[in-house]
Design a protein around this ligand. Structure first.
Ligand SMILES: *Cc1c(COP(=O)(O)O)cnc(C)c1O
Length: 394
């Protein structure tokens, strides 16, 4: 008999009932150190007092009105995002995949309104992930996500990861945009080299093509800059944001320059919940913390500490791990053992990590993780690695 919850997830046998900072408490009382943060969502950890207060205050005042009316918290969040990024304007969604939908629509309508309606194609790269909507799976293009779901949204060109020559060759008068994650998340924590991102920006500039960045996972302070593309010193035309911006409340956004957004006039796009007062009140509280220079300096310092300890961990377990990769507090351990076995051994050691493609385990801790918790996390990963080694020798 089919379970009452549609069984599309292979869930671990864990049930968390409470969160405190970097910790999740299981129904049986065990305390797990959370290096997954709900897949880079709980950017400020669990039950951060400022987020709890912001949500509570808004909940007492007003939950929902609709985008038929002005929403003060939405206006404030848009102003904060415009102040701190390349963008001139923001549209709010409830998720990353909805941000992908709008980014694709915006890029196509841009060219339609410039009397070049044949420019509809969007270049994407192998190993990418852009959500599970019809546009999102067509954009990423991997058979794992698309197989069986009928005709795909046409117009995506899939190229090898970081292959600049292929991108140059694919560029013609039908290309509307390039869509790329500065650091691939689901694809196995694969940072696009800065030179590649700069090269794509140049290619777009030469051909008038729009550059769309998917910073749903790598954005919002995760890599030690507010947005990952800042490391490469370039700006996109359109950017997708979600996950960390809501700190656990469903919220996403599409940020854009005035030029890229010019065709999105009244009536061209909408969302019932997108930019709802509750979500935006929390989003403002997250932005006020994460966009501060001191906060990002701390992320970078702690990232250095974690990375150094992880290099030691890899060196002590050469049969389990191969290397550390990633950027800031978006780190991956490329495994020699099976990544799922390492994640599972982590459950026994009461530390949570997230598997990714390319046999990687992802470490995406709350950006507020403390030095002591970093030491404890690596000690628990060490226990997990020992258990994997014992299992292999048994
Ligand atoms: C998670 C993710 C998405 C999809 O976001 P949802 O909120 O799950 O719809 C899109 N792009 C990237 C890079 C992601 O990591």
């Amino acid at each position: 008999m089919i379970p009452s919850v549609l069984p599309t997830y292979a869930r671990a046998p864990l049930t968390f009932v409470k969160g405190e900072g970097s910790w999740l408490i299981e129904a049986d009382g065990r305390r797990f150190l959370d290096l997954g943060a709900g897949i880079a969502v709980n950017s400020l950890g669990h039950a951060h007092p400022k987020l709890v207060a912001a949500l509570g205050e808004q909940a007492n005042a007003l939950w929902h009105t609709s985008n038929l009316y002005n929403i003060p918290a939405q206006q404030k969040l848009a102003d904060l995002l415009v102040e701190h990024t390349f963008a001139d304007t923001a549209f709010f969604t409830n998720s990353g995949t909805e941000a992908c939908e709008l980014a694709v629509k915006m890029a196509r309508k841009y060219w339609h309104d410039k009397d070049q309606p044949e420019r509809v194609k969007i270049i994407t790269f192998d190993g990418s992930f852009h959500g599970r909507s019809a546009a999102g799976i067509a954009a990423a293009g991997s058979e794992k996500m698309t197989k069986g779901f009928g005709p795909l949204l046409p117009g995506f060109i899939h190229l090898p990861f970081a292959d600049h020559a292929a991108a140059t060759e694919a560029m013609d008068a039908t290309v509307a945009a390039i869509l790329v994650e500065p650091v691939q998340g689901e694809g196995g924590i694969r940072p696009l080299p800065d030179a590649c991102l700069k090269g794509l920006r140049d290619l777009c500039d030469e051909t008038g093509t729009l550059l769309i960045l998917d910073e749903v996972q790598c954005g919002m302070g995760r890599t030690g800059k507010l947005f990952a593309h800042e490391w490469a010193g370039i700006d996109p035309d359109i950017m997708m944001v979600a996950k960390g911006i809501g700190g656990g409340f469903p919220l996403g956004a599409v940020l854009a320059t005035e030029d890229a957004a010019r065709s999105m006039t009244a009536g061209t796009h909408g969302s019932t919940y997108g930019g709802n007062p509750l979500a935006c009140a929390v989003g403002c509280a997250v932005m006020e913390e994460v966009a501060s220079e001191d906060f990002l300096t701390e992320v970078n310092r702690k990232a250095g500490l974690l990375r150094q300890k992880l290099e030691g961990l890899v060196a002590s377990h050469p049969d389990v791990f191969e290397s550390v990769r990633g950027s800031g507090l978006m780190l991956g351990l490329k495994c020699k053992a099976t990544n799922a076995d390492v994640v599972k051994a982590g459950y026994d050691a009461e530390v949570l990590t997230v598997p990714a493609a390319d046999n990687v385990i992802r470490l995406l801790p709350p950006l507020t993780i403390t030095d002591d918790e970093i030491a404890e996390a690596v000690a628990r990963l060490d226990l997990a690695a020992l258990a994997v080694e014992r299992g292999a020798n048994a």
